[in-house]
Design a protein around this ligand. Sequence first.
Ligand code: MN
Length: 502
Amino acid sequence: MFVYEEAEIWFVAGSQHLYGPESLEQIKKNIQLVSEYFNKEANLPVRIVLKPLATKPDEIYRLCQEVNYSQNCVGLITWLHTFSPAKMWINGLTQLQKPLLQLHTQFNELVPWDSMDMDFMNLNQTAHGGREFGFIGSRMRLAHSIVTGYWKDKEVHEKIAKWMRVCVAIHEEKTMKVVRFGDNMREVAVTEGNKVSAQIKFGYSVNTHAVGDLVSVINSINNSDIAQLIEEYETLYQISPVAQVNGPKRQNLIEAAKIELGIKTFLEQGNYSAFTTTFEDLYGLAQLPGLAVQRLMEKGYGFAAEGDWKTAALLRTMKVMAKDLSGGTAFMEDYTYDFTKGNELVIGSHMLEVCPSITDDEVKPLLDIQPLGIGNKADPARLIFASKPGYAINASLIDIGNRFRLITNALQTIKQPYPLPNLPVACTVWKPLPSLDISAEAWILAGGAHHSVYTQALSMDYFRLYAQLHNIELLVIDENTEMCNFRNELRWNEIAYGNTNA
Ligand code: MN
């Protein structure tokens, strides 16, 4: 399901023939060493593939075409080792349809003060070659990414790694399929949106299936597979007494396992990586899928409730970016406030569907079966746990009419201060930055949804890169947010982004 294993980032040095063949030979050796170092020592999530030097317009044009055609190439890194006149790059960059990163580095870390001569100066010209390349990027409105620093520097590797993760996620979006079981919740506004615009902008397709199509797959699941899955539950979770063998709600657990296997089979058969459900359309289902959804999110599927396909797709994209990073990523909803003066808190949760990736690994989640008034179905199974404390971000993607807007809020998640014995759901408790009043005012003013993607794994850098590469509006609410500036930003963005969307 994840494409990291096959993904490649292509790496090319830009130069020209002005300095003679010896210089070009030396550049080849240098970039070979840098490339090997990146693959062996830099802990990058995607393999670097070295390409021949780019020294002429036709070579550059061909390279950019090959980047586009390659199934596995998810982005291109350029290094202007020498001056490489940038008109040579125009025709290639005009074609390029994948993310571009300019690595602004030089082979030598320090100036060799005693020995430096003109030959050395000709060979190691990133400082001005990179600026010539930067001009054409700016002139062509490429908004490419730039990483500056010595190539063995850990901070340089970290910046490249983040960009690579965003490249993989964006690459995957182009073939992502989102399936909706049922429509949006009736009368809800923010979960609506233009699916055609979303596909033009992001690449993913969003289509619906009758919940009956899902029910027929669920009904085809055999008993031995269900029994095996329940054994897995018993290993991984604390099972509440009502759900244990001979417990009064054991049958509900069996139904939940059947639903999980059914949804998983449906997603695999249709090659779907994200999905939505809605409690208003459960015809033929024994219960609202809770446990199933939680476990499928943990496996990397995107999900959102009440037909919210934008959040489902965003969750999948963030799951791809965050693969193997520490900290989880989950579907989330602002639930309720605690207005204790000076210690204002938000409790985030959902009816059932919070991803267990955000919990503390030391405590086994409780698998419980409790009544749920909404949906009018049998009592659903769900995992109950508290999330890990630490830095997190909430993100919401909305359709603002003529474009998409991504709204983010930095959060400080805290240890749940008191138990919630009568609220049988997973939840997380946070202090939004800069404060609850400013955070909520800004989020509401921007039109941010009650649904969000909550991530402990991704810093704001990822959201900035993602918005930049898609050229979508990004609003950041964090420790630096002031309302007067935020209001102005919204006003100015109407002009800056007004007509960018399909
Ligand atoms: Mn909801």
